[in-house]
Design a protein around this ligand. Sequence first.
Ligand code: DOR
Length: 424
Amino acid sequence: MKILIKNGQIVDPAAGVQKELDLLIEDGKISEIGRSLKASGAKEIDAKGKLVLPGLIDMHAHLREPGREDKETILTGSRAAAKGGFTTVCCMPNTSPCIDSQGVARFIISEAERAGLIDVRPVGAITKERNGEELSEMADLKRAGCVAVSDDGNPVPKADMMRRALEYASMMGFVVISHCEDKDLSGIGVMNEGFISTILGLRPIPRHAESFMVERDIRLAELTGAKLHIAHVSTKESVELIREAKARGAAVTAETCPHYFTLTDEAVKSFDTNLKVNPPLRTAADVEAIKEGLRDGTIDVIATDHAPHTENEKDVEFDYAPFGMIGFETALGLVASELVEKKVLDWKGVAEKMAVNPSKILGLGKGTLAQGAAADITIIDPNKEWQLKREDILSKSHNTPFIGRKMTGLVEYTIASGKIIYTS
Ligand code: DOR
């Protein structure tokens, strides 16, 4: 099938292109970019006034299959991701059973192929059963198609285990994605430690539960020379530590998620359990530091940490609800409204944080609209105002605090391997 995208603003930082051009897709690949292109029999998309970005890549999401298909499946997650403009999603290993064997990794890839929408790449576990005690068979995980390793949802508590994990992962060519949390410090906390947790009487998670582990893992990465990626950065101190490590030349990269630059712990006054995430929402000063980290390149990636949970699980007291919110369908709208409109990033910066850099970090060979590249493309109307409605959510779960929120910037088309997988 041929698709001709006419007069869109091509935003392709990897190729150094940002201008109004036509783009032709043939046989799943980008066959031509230029002015006034013609192609007989092609489906035409009028993209005048729209942005044409490399297909978005979410390097941190939870698809819940196998094990918790009541929250999300690979099919429902793929549909929600496609609606959010994502053509590639990396799914974290905290499934049941977890992704610590070839069988589970291969199952996920084959289910994603059966769904036939986006490219799903599993992230394998660092330790068997993600329990921090014994390294996983990383060579097997590599062979089965995993693109990184992480015990996400859990830290690797023992420093010596993390050191060996970094050494071993580096031999396999894996980046280690670290969920930085000192569980002794976070304990049974449910929200950020501070004034708000005190007045609400909710158990606190101190900010240093995150930053102490960021510091430890950066030092271990420097010791081993291995590649480290810090997941879901939420504090000012973490941003500062990563900035300093990069200045020293450490092989460290980092991500944050839309909720960490959009919301603060003030929102928890509503007791809405959809605001319960791990790491927790922080303060206004942290939000500013995250934005500065995005602006100056300290934070390389925006990922969703899409974490579906059922209504039953979330419809309880704050203390008892699981951590996590869904994120695929709101990521681009929040990025456009909170970062582009507020001049933290321009669209080139968005393409870098949501396509180019995730691809580079994981070695996916994607994130460009160059001739010959796979036709993974996201077309965005940057000026479209919209409001998130519960009934429009495609994810199997609805745990988001953003229902009713007005945003500017909407995904109009998602094209994966030359196939239109979503239109607004
Ligand atoms: O909020 C979160 N939810 N943080 C995590 O680290 C795990 C995730 C989940 O799996 O629900």
